[in-house]
Every structure is written in C-alpha cells, then in structure tokens.
Ligand binder design. Structure first.
Ligand SMILES: Nc1ncnc2c1ncn2[C@@H]1O[C@H](COP(=O)(O)OP(=O)(O)OP(=O)(O)O)[C@@H](O)[C@H]1O
Ligand SMILES: O=P(O)(O)OC[C@H]1O[C@H](OP(=O)(O)OP(=O)(O)O)[C@H](O)[C@@H]1O
Length: 295
C-alpha cells in the first residue's frame, strides 16, 4: 500500500464492497447517512469528511474475514459471506438490501425433488464451507461423501459444462438459474447485506455513530411524512389511520374548527392511507419525503 493508499493511525477502519452487487447501494446509503468521502481514482481507501473514519474498499467476499481478524473495525457485506467465513463478528444490523437465498440447484431435466439424492454427487459452489455443513448430515445418513468444488464465479455454468451434478448458488430473481436450466432443490440460507464489527473494536463511539447514522437513513427511506387537515369531529377516526411511529403531531388551525395532523407513514402504505384519509373526510393531504432522521 502506498502512503496515499493508507489509513491515518487512530482512524476507525470501515470496509465496504469495492464492486459487485452491493457496491452502489452501500455508497448511496453512506452518502444518505451523511458519511461523505472522496475516493481518488484507483485508490482503495478514502477518508470520511469530518470524522476520523477511513473507508477501505475490499471484495465483498473478503470483508467478514478482515473484520473478524481485526484488520478493519467495521464492515458491510452479505450475511452469506459472514456465515461462509466462519469468523466471529458482531452482527450490528440488517440493512434491508442485497436480499437473496443460497440454494441447492440441479438441472430441471434431472427432476430431482429430494436433496438427499444429491448426497454423494458432485457440487460446485462459491460457498464450500456452507455447502459442506449442509451436506454433512446427509452424507452421514447415506454413508457417502459429496464432492464439493470451489469456483469464484459463474457457478451456474458448472452443470451445463459437465463439471457438477448440482450447484449451490445465490438466487434473487431466479433469472440466472432459469437461463442455465436449473431449479431449486433446497434452500440453505436467506441472506441480506448487514453491518458487522469486530467484537473487540476499539472505536466504540464511532461504531455507534455509524450505526445511528445508518439507522436514521434507513428510517428516512422507509417512511414519508403525511400532513392533512381534518375537522375536529373527524379527528379521532383520521388519527386511527395515521397513528405515526410514536404518535402524530396535532395542531389547531386558525379557524378554530379544524386540526392539522402530521404523521410518519410507511412509504409502501402511503397510497392506501391517502385513500382512507380521503374517505374519512380529511383534506389538503400532502406527502413529504424525509431526507434523513434521528429518532
Ligand atoms: N443476485 C443478487 N441479489 C442480491 N444480492 C446479491 C446477489 N448476488 C449477490 N448478492 C449479495 O452481494 C454479495 C456480493 O456478491 P457479488 O456477486 O457482487 O460478488 P463480488 O465478488 O463482490 O463481485 P463479482 O461477482 O463482480 O466479483 C453476495 O455475497 C450477496 O450477499
Ligand atoms: O437470481 P438472479 O437475480 O439471477 O441473481 C443470482 C445471480 O447473481 C449472482 O451472480 P452475479 O451476477 O453477481 O455474478 P457472478 O456469477 O460472477 O457472481 C449470483 O451468484 C447468481 O448467479
């Protein structure tokens, strides 16, 4: 690492995926959480503006190992990577993106419905340890040994190439699996992106700050603020529709007859809530986006 590509001593080191499926979402989340940074082209470290935090850009599949071994203090990667790495890390929070499943998949033409039929056969995967853990009990039951081979990518091609009888790979939409003529025989793990830290991380305050900032951003992206007017006699019914996260804010309008209500509402429910408020007699219904929050 050159001097430009290193972290000032004493900074909290925070690893994020340098490319791949999680990279853009993590960068957008950090920006939304006010953890601003400027990354020079081709450098794998960047300093956060105004905080003693160094971002370290690493392959997603290596991040759990670096966090577990204390080379970095905190990181973001998939739960699948953490489980596969078999290292001890503190699972701070789920991040709500990067959701997919790790599945055993076999060629559709083979019509395999019972995963036990694959014990003793050839499996190709990027997750050899989780695969071994999954097939261990099946092997023991049948008295066979499943052959498990590692590949780092394009796992879905292995059956078509004659290298495997089945694969263990991630499935999100199922597009890759279907295109390769495969189908799910068994689920191994549901995964999503998570925030992790070294169990003995020295930078407790910064870890808390990062967690708080990210939580604020996640809340802000999940909720919108709904604001409406309603006559005092209809207020109780309207408030039942929008009880808020804690409770709604209610103020009296100048006319003395009506109330103005503002309340947090889940983004995915807002259109239904607007219809219900309209039917309950509310007027002047506005929906406002929240750019960040601290609850
Ligand atoms: N199709 C997907 N949908 C959602 N999340 C996924 C998907 N594929 C992978 N992930 C998540 O992203 C993590 C990184 O996967 P990715 O395939 O981007 O690996 P990579 O090694 O960083 O990149 P690359 O495949 O470009 O080398 C996975 O461990 C998983 O948690
Ligand atoms: O169910 P889908 O939506 O099709 O997504 C699943 C695919 O996404 C990932 O691969 P990626 O495209 O990241 O490339 P890789 O094979 O190089 O890991 C994963 O390994 C699957 O192959």
């Amino acid at each position: 690492m050159s001097a430009a590509n290193s972290s000032p001593p004493g900074n909290c080191r925070f690893a994020i995926p340098k490319k791949g499926r999680l990279h853009e979402k993590v960068v957008a989340m950090l920006k939304g959480a006010g953890l601003e940074f400027r990354r020079e082209p081709r450098l794998d470290v960047a300093l956060c503006v105004g905080q003693p935090i160094t971002l370290v850009f690493l392959p997603a599949s290596d991040i759990a190992k670096y966090v577990g071994e204390g080379n970095v203090d905190i990181g973001i990667t998939g739960l699948d990577v953490v489980k596969e790495s078999m290292v001890e890390v503190k699972h701070i929070m789920d991040l709500g993106f990067g959701a997919c499943k790790l599945c055993v998949q076999a060629p559709v033409v083979d019509k395999i419905t019972n995963v036990e039929d694959l014990a003793g056969k050839r499996i190709v995967t990027s997750f050899p340890d989780l695969t071994r853990e999954f097939f261990g009990p099946l092997d023991a039951k049948k008295g066979v040994t499943t052959s498990i081979k590692f590949v780092s990518g394009s796992v879905e091609a292995a059956c078509g190439l004659g290298l495997a009888d089945a694969v263990v790979d991630l499935v999100e939409t199922g597009t890759t699996m279907k295109a390769a003529g495969l189908e799910i025989v068994a689920d191994i793990l549901s995964t999503q992106a998570i925030l992790i830290s070294n169990p003995h991380a020295k930078h407790g305050d910064l870890v808390d700050l990062i967690k708080r900032r990210i939580e604020g951003y996640i809340t802000a992206t999940k909720y919108v603020m709904i604001v409406y007017n309603v006559s005092s006699d209809l207020l109780a019914e309207a408030v039942k529709i929008t009880p808020g996260k804690r409770s709604p804010t209610i103020t009296t309008l100048d006319d003395g007859q009506s109330k103005s209500v503002s309340s947090l509402v889940l983004k995915k429910e807002v259109n239904d809530k607007m219809d219900q408020l309209h039917d309950a007699g509310a007027t002047d219904i506005l929906v406002l986006n929240i750019s960040n929050s601290l609850m």
